[in-house]
Design a protein around this ligand. Structure first.
Ligand code: ATP
Ligand code: MG
Length: 547
């Protein structure tokens, strides 16, 4: 398990000041994680989850899970359920579970209050006309001809919008702020729109839906959130967030604080893009082990503690940057190094016959389960005259510094004996089909033999008892295209027919192992045939992570 560090960041500094100044009186520090249920969560969301929940924990406060479900067309209960599962799997428990749609009545009351103050009006311009009259960064916008409707007329029209008298897009409710504001978000933004659409929670009760920038501050305020943490792209929306609560005279309003979103090399993190991959069939689903979703990482074999450790190491800042994915890989490697047992698996089998080993004997050799942790004990592995080794571990004509099998060379077979390769057998097409070797019985592992040393140690499995397995070996789903953009990697998945030592036959779904010399793997939930497991590669052994 990765150690839990108590980290500090600029957000905690702000909270420290608020506590000292009693900005929120005696109220506890209160945060929330507010996903829109329009897809599965990804590793970027994990950063936000860790930040929100750990901040609440640090201050003895609270953290809600809130579904920001104000956009009925894209939302679905499938996503609600997956998000709940993912947050729990990451190791967090929310204090309260809410839906923004729980507050639709309250939000309408607030809109009416704004209308009564003269701070909101019903506008008949189309979306396109509103866009055209919004102005630019250098030019102010134009005021809507409907801007000066009377309070009475606005109240009546808003009521009619709510009752379903108008079609989608026919009218909107806009905040009346300032068409000349240097911040375009403040140029009379739309706060309610008409959408005759069924909502996953409220069904057909509503045909008007609040816009995010209006709804979000209200959701936070209603839940007594103190610190509303969001990503940097909302920085320009903060004046509107504050405007809504100020206009409504909200006491001790929450404050929005922005932090940099997580970007990862070789990774696209947008629910919209990930959904397109799922819908097009380019991946097997939201939990495809190549996906950066929490569901994908889980199936890939990542542990919750490795993901939390990663979020902790990347920290929280105001500056956008891209984190090298090798850091994430480093975190899972660190977690598994001391946590899982080792097994021998041969990915691309080449048969070895030990010509001087008796035909009718199978002995059992003892191999440790984890090189670093003695207490994890050892297991018995069968060894006999016929074995498999990796095709890669033999070279007919060795290159320089090649210490594995080649004609005339002696190597150590992990946990067993020294073997010397004497003869190479080829089939009709010239492909190597077998190696004939001899072993030296004096060299048995653990016997204290010190006669001579060999430079190479390779792994093997015994042929008669070998268990066929399928292994899915992964490369990144996204690679860099010609212009430095992310493009799909056509070779992100290879399926190998491998041979494993018998102990792997009993692996149950979700069990993780180190495949000796190869990497870390997890038994998938699928069997490819009776008792034959499919294993997913979690990560290879070598780290490319540099501090
Ligand atoms: P996407 O763009 O992938 O669809 P989103 O921001 O629309 O993500 P939400 O459901 O709105 O998804 O996100 C919930 C919370 O997670 C928000 O507070 C958002 O800021 C945060 N979040 C989303 N992506 C990241 C990221 N890459 N890094 C950090 N936080 C993120
Ligand atoms: Mg969003």
């Amino acid at each position: 398990m990765a150690e839990e560090r108590e980290s500090s960041n600029f957000i905690h500094n702000i909270i420290d000041c608020d506590l000292e100044n009693k900005t929120y009186g005696d109220r506890p520090v209160y945060t929330r994680f507010p996903p829109e249920p329009n897809g599965y969560l990804h590793i970027g969301h994990a950063k936000s989850i860790c930040l929100n929940f750990s901040t609440a924990k640090k201050y003895g406060g609270k953290c809600n899970l809130r579904f920001d479900d104000t956009n009925p067309v894209k939302e679905d209960t499938e996503y609600v359920e997956s998000i709940k599962g993912d947050v729990k799997w990451l190791g967090f428990q929310w204090d309260e579970l809410y839906f923004a749609s729980d507050y639709f009545d309250k939000m309408v009351d607030c809109a009416i209050a704004l209308i009564k103050k003269g701070s909101a009006y019903v506008c008949d311009l189309s979306a396109e006309e509103i866009r055209m009259s919004r102005g630019t960064l250098t030019e102010p916008g134009r005021e809507s001809p409907y801007r000066n409707r009377s309070v009475e007329e606005n109240l009546r029209l808003f009521q009619e919008m709510k009752e379903g008298k108008y079609k989608d897009g026919e009218k909107v409710l806009r905040a009346k702020i300032d068409m000349a504001s240097p911040n375009i978000n403040m140029r009379d933004p739309v706060i309610y729109r008409i959408a005759h659409a069924s909502h996953h929670n409220t069904g057909d009760k509503w045909c008007i839906y609040p816009m995010y920038d209006y709804a979000h501050p209200l959701e936070d305020a209603i839940e007594q959130i103190t610190h509303s943490l969001c990503t940097l792209e909302f920085e320009d929306h903060r004046p509107l967030y504050d405007w809504v609560l100020r206009e409504l005279d909200w006491e001790m309003p929450p404050q929005q604080i922005e932090f940099a979103r997580l970007n990862l090399t070789n990774t696209v993190m947008s629910k919209r893009y990930l959904k397109a991959l799922v819908d097009s069939g380019d991946v097997e689903g939201w939990d495809d082990p190549r996906m950066p979703t929490i569901a994908g990482l889980r199936r890939r074999g990542y542990t919750p503690s490795a993901i939390r450790d990663f979020c902790d190491r990347i920290g929280v800042s105001k500056a956008n940057s891209t984190v090298d994915i090798s850091l994430l890989e480093h975190c899972i490697r660190e977690d598994l190094k001391t946590g899982v047992e080792s097994r021998m698996v041969v990915m691309d089998p080449l048969k070895v016959v030990i010509t001087n080993y008796p035909e009718d004997i199978t002995e059992e050799v003892d191999i440790e389960n984890n090189k670093e942790i003695e207490e994890m004990g050892s297991r018995k592995v069968p060894f006999s005259r016929e074995l498999y080794v990796e095709r890669d571990d033999f070279m007919e004509v060795p290159e320089k510094k090649y210490f594995r099998l080649f004609p005339g060379n002696e190597v150590r077979f992990k946990g067993a004996y020294f073997l010397t390769c004497n003869e190479v057998i080829k089939d009709g097409s010239g492909r190597i089909s077998e190696l004939h070797c001899t072993y030296d019985p004096e060299t048995k592992s653990g016997s204290g033999f010190e006669g001579r040393k060999v430079k190479g140690t390779i792994h093997w499995v015994e042929a008669k008892t070998a268990v066929p397995i399928k292994v899915r070996v992964y490369d990144y789903l996204m690679i860099e295209g010609e212009k430095g953009e992310n493009v799909m990697n056509p070779d992100s998945l290879r399926i190998m027919d491998a041979m494993a030592e018998p102990a792997l036959a009993d692996a149950s779904a979700g069990e993780r192992f180190q495949f000796f010399r190869l990497g870390y793997y997890i038994a998938d939930q699928i069997l490819y045939s009776e008792n034959h497991r499919v294993f997913n590669q979690i990560v290879d052994l070598k780290s490319s992570w540099k501090k």
